[in-house]
Design a protein around this ligand. Structure first.
Ligand code: MOS
Length: 734
């Protein structure tokens, strides 16, 4: 049962198995769930960025119609902290009077209807004692920290090499705060039964929600069940267990009734994390003939007062190029802002903008084509480990992308292409994405009617996990996909990791592979005492699965069907578990590779009006084995739209006086819309990856990366103006 040799690189573009459920409303999202006698919670948020609550009068709210409970720091019970994690839960809410950011929850109101709860919430009187907030990344009073989870890297001597280089680029790039903005408002529906708790929650990591709620409330983890069959997007916002999740469960316990809590859109801007702003200095040294001799990248990103967000912006420079001297440092500055956290391609999105812009700047200093400069510094082996990559087709990304884009038609000189009033520019960026894979478990069952049921307590955040895992399960069991159900989103299933870090498909696919392999082995084991079986004496490597049957390798006629084996054994069904944990690189003898990519972008700039339009995007992506071309393409074009947003529109604006997010609505926070998005061509190249038996590399995040640099580089090519700050706004182009 080897997988890779049998599989083509690009899998069938089958439709989403959950598509009809979603478009007919039969797919239930967390806020679609209700319990009998359910109450509703509304949140009250602090309106200062720093200080303490000095006055609190809840009496009018408590007397308001339908109100069941009003909880503040004055009457909330003591709650424990969540479990340790690199995606730690913020400290439990309502435990003291301190205010650390505008939007921090200061009260929760529970009432019979949602309208009664929000009406009563407005009747709480709160007085504050203000402290001086620290809100700007360059405020000298701000505390600077080195994240303990950080990934600073050094090889060679970057400072000495910079001193000795023929050519040096030294530039500083900035990126704005962005907000994840999944379409689905995050919701938690919580119901207690004694110490047992059932929660429907908008999360990317149900097993972490279970562990966190058990620890926070001091109840047995086995009694906590978290359900999330569907979630309306996440983009990283669902990777932590946020305070509102705890407040929903607390409200339900205090009110003695099930409680539903749905965040408002403005609360989505302050309560579930956002992408930090960065200031990044990049220095690159090179020889005259375009060999990189030094890269030094230092990032400063924003983090909340109590936050622990890792933002590995500079770290990507470690593995991007074959450069002997590299130093990267990721530093953070604490501000009185809502929690920063993961947002699609955290760190990579901003770090790639800085590094790939600086490489572009170097290409002009050297008089070299930007693509040629990248090819001259291609990392044939992992430059930090010195080990061969588990797969790498970045060269093909460059070549195929350039060919399809028509890069060879690009004149070298900036400002030399024009179309009427519009200046035209071509820009590109390379992407070397990091690798991440967490341990995962799955269970597979084949039933007496020949159908299969495979499951794991993970989530499908819209990326297509249901569909590709149905495909894989069918392949690993030799069944028609129509006979296979893949299920997820329920912590009563075997535990799985977060849908994040572009790591779930490899982790879960490997676990599903192991479970299905163990299941085939279990079927063979039932035949061990049956010398008459055509499969007698076979081990799992001696057989092939196809058409609902197990047969001897190369001998299709010598086999038995699952249904026949179960019937003969008098079994209703047979199940097996499988788990996966990635090996260490030194044990595997290779460096695990994330996906690679190259972006080629044509922009048009009207220099009189400061208008910028993206006219064409070609993306060439090495995602290892692509399980479902249709879904993978959706991931890349969705990410590309997000990348256009980061490059041109998205900016979470904090009011410098109050610390309030000033544009916390879909009317005010600009995202790329249809009119901003051109035709996007996506090509997949490469071969199955060797680090996992399924051959996949995640494509969930890489689609966003590289767009900011490619657009800024194209703007330079169009105008001769180097923009080192995103989003690129009209004033920068005039
Ligand atoms: Mo992604 S930011 O790991 O959901």
């Amino acid at each position: 049962m080897t997988i890779i040799e049998r599989a083509g690189l690009v899998g069938a573009g089958v439709d989403r198995v959950d598509g009809p459920l979603k478009v007919t409303g039969a797919a239930h999202y967390p806020n679609d769930f209700s319990f009998p006698d359910m109450a509703y919670a509304a949140l009250v948020r602090a309106t200062i960025p720093a200080g303490r609550v000095s006055h609190l009068d809840t009496s009018a709210a408590e007397r308001a119609p339908g109100v069941l409970a009003v909880l503040t720091h004055l009457n909330a019970p003591k709650l424990e902290s969540g479990p340790p994690s690199f995606l730690r839960t913020p400290p439990p809410p309502l435990q003291d009077d301190r205010i650390r950011y505008y939007g921090q929850y200061v009260a929760v109101v529970v009432a019979g209807t949602a309208e009664q709860a929000s009406a009563a919430a407005r009747r709480i009187e709160i007085g504050y004692e203000r402290a001086e907030p620290v809100l700007e990344i360059d405020d000298p009073r701000a505390e600077r920290i080195t994240n303990p989870w950080g990934m600073d890297a050094n090889r060679g001597d970057a400072q000495a090499a910079l001193g000795a280089a023929d050519v040096v680029i030294d530039a500083t790039y900035t990126t704005a705060e962005n907000t994840n903005n999944p379409l689905g408002l995050f919701a938690t529906v919580a119901a207690w039964d004694g110490d047992a708790l059932t929660v429907h929650d908008s999360t990317q990591w149900p097993t972490q929600v279970r562990a966190t709620l058990a620890k926070v409330f001091g109840v047995p983890e086995a009694g906590v069940r978290v359900l999330v069959p569907y979630v309306g997007g996440g983009f990283g916002a669902g990777l932590r267990v946020w305070p509102h999740v705890i407040l929903a469960a607390l409200a339900a316990r205090e009110a003695g009734r099930p409680v539903k809590l749905v965040l408002t859109r403005p609360e989505m801007f302050t309560g579930i994390g956002h992408r930090p702003a960065t200031v990044q200095r990049v220095r690159i040294g090179a020889t005259r003939d375009g060999r990189l001799t030094a890269i030094d990248q230092e990032s400063l990103s924003t983090v909340s007062i109590e936050g622990d967000n890792i933002e590995p912006c500079a770290a990507g420079a470690t593995s991007a190029y074959a450069c002997p001297n590299v130093s990267t440092r990721d530093r953070q500055v604490r501000l009185n802002i809502p929690w920063t956290s993961s947002m699609r391609a955290p760190g990579e999105a901003q770090g790639n903008f800085a590094l790939e812009s600086a490489v572009d700047e170097l290409s002009y200093s050297l008089g070299l084509d930007p693509l040629e400069l990248r090819l001259r510094n291609y990392a044939e082996v992992h430059p930090q480990y010195g080990l061969p990559w588990s797969s790498k087709a970045l060269r093909e990304c460059y070549e195929v992308g350039a060919e399809r884009f028509g890069w060879s038609r690009r004149p070298a000189r900036p400002g030399s292409m024009r179309d009427g009033d519009w200046l035209v520019g071509y820009g590109m960026a390379g992407i070397s994405y990091f690798w991440y894979q967490a341990p995962c478990q799955a269970r597979a069952t084949v039933r007496g009617d020949g159908t299969a049921y495979v499951r794991s307590a993970v989530t499908d955040i819209g990326t297509g996990t249901y569909t590709v895992m149905t495909q894989l399960s069918a392949e690993f069991l030799g069944l028609d996909p129509g006979l296979v159900t893949f299920d997820l989103g329920d912590t009563s299933m075997p535990p799985g990791p977060q849908a994040g870090g572009s790591g779930l498909t490899a982790a879960l696919g490997t676990a599903v592979h192991a479970a299905c392999r163990n299941l085939v082995r279990a079927f063979l084991d039932t035949l061990a005492g049956d010398p008459a079986s055509p499969l007698a004496g076979c081990g799992v490597d001696d057989v092939t699965v196809a058409g609902g049957r197990i047969h001897r390798n190369g001998e299709p006629e010598r086999g038995e069907s699952y249904t026949r084996i179960l019937a003969a054994q008098g079994l209703a069904e047979l199940s097996a578990d499988g788990d996966s944990a990635p090996p260490r690189p030194q044990d595997a003898g290779m460096a695990p590779a994330g996906p690679f990519g190259a972006r080629f972008v044509e922009v048009r700039v009207d220099p009189d009006l400061g208008l910028l339009r993206v006219a064409r995007v070609v993306s060439a992506i090495d995602g290892g084995r692509i399980l479902n071309e249709k879904l993978a393409r959706s991931q890349i074009i969705g990410g590309t739209v997000g990348g256009i947003g980061m490059a041109m529109f998205e900016d979470t604006v904090t009011d410098p006086g109050t610390g309030r997010v000033a544009n916390a609505t879909f009317g005010d926070y600009l995202v790329a819309v249809n009119a901003d998005v051109p035709d996007m061509e996506v090509t997949f190249v490469g071969e199955p990856d060797r680090y996992n038996p399924v051959g996949v590399k995640g494509v969930g995040e890489i689609g966003l990366v590289g767009m900011a640099a490619a657009i800024a580089n194209a703007v330079y090519h169009a105008t001769g103006r180097r923009i080192r700050s995103v989003p690129i706004t009209i004033d920068q182009l005039l």
